[in-house]
Design a protein around this ligand. Structure first.
Ligand code: 5GP
Ligand code: ZN
Length: 112
């Protein structure tokens, strides 16, 4: 998608603070962190949101989750972390390229 900011980050067309990258995904620091560690993990394909995931895109999502343990270890999140995907308007999604927030570095409330 030509005008998608996360596609541009995935292609390296605009800068980001990357902590992990391979042929299927990139993980980078959120511009407006909500925790001491706040990362965004995205696939290198454009899919708008979690409710659009299908057989063709599920492999990319599974790949992201297969790499989260390695990323969490690298970022010293051994005491725990949260993974959040905001899907659609009511969830407050603002960037419509599917992404997973990885939050850690402090204890969180058990409630939402
Ligand atoms: P959402 O609300 O869609 O789940 O989350 C979008 C996230 O993307 C927000 O936490 C916001 O701070 C982050 N974000 C938006 N634009 C950029 C950007 O250009 N670079 C980075 N690193 N993060 C961004
Ligand atoms: Zn995109």
């Amino acid at each position: 998608m030509a005008d998608c900011i996360f596609c541009k980050i995935a292609k390296g067309e605009i800068p980001s603070n990357k902590v992990y990258e391979d042929d299927k995904m990139v993980c980078f620091k959120d511009l407006n962190p909500q925790a001491p560690v706040h990362l965004l993990a995205i696939p290198k394909i454009h899919t708008e949101k979690l409710s659009d995931v299908d057989e063709a895109t599920a492999g990319y999502i599974g790949h992201i989750f297969s790499k989260i343990p390695e990323i969490a270890e690298k970022m010293e999140l051994g005491k725990g972390f949260r993974v959040i995907a905001n899907c659609g308007e009511y969830a407050g999604q603002t960037v419509f390229h599917i992404h997973f927030h990885i939050l850690g570095g402090k204890p969180f409330s058990p409630s939402f």
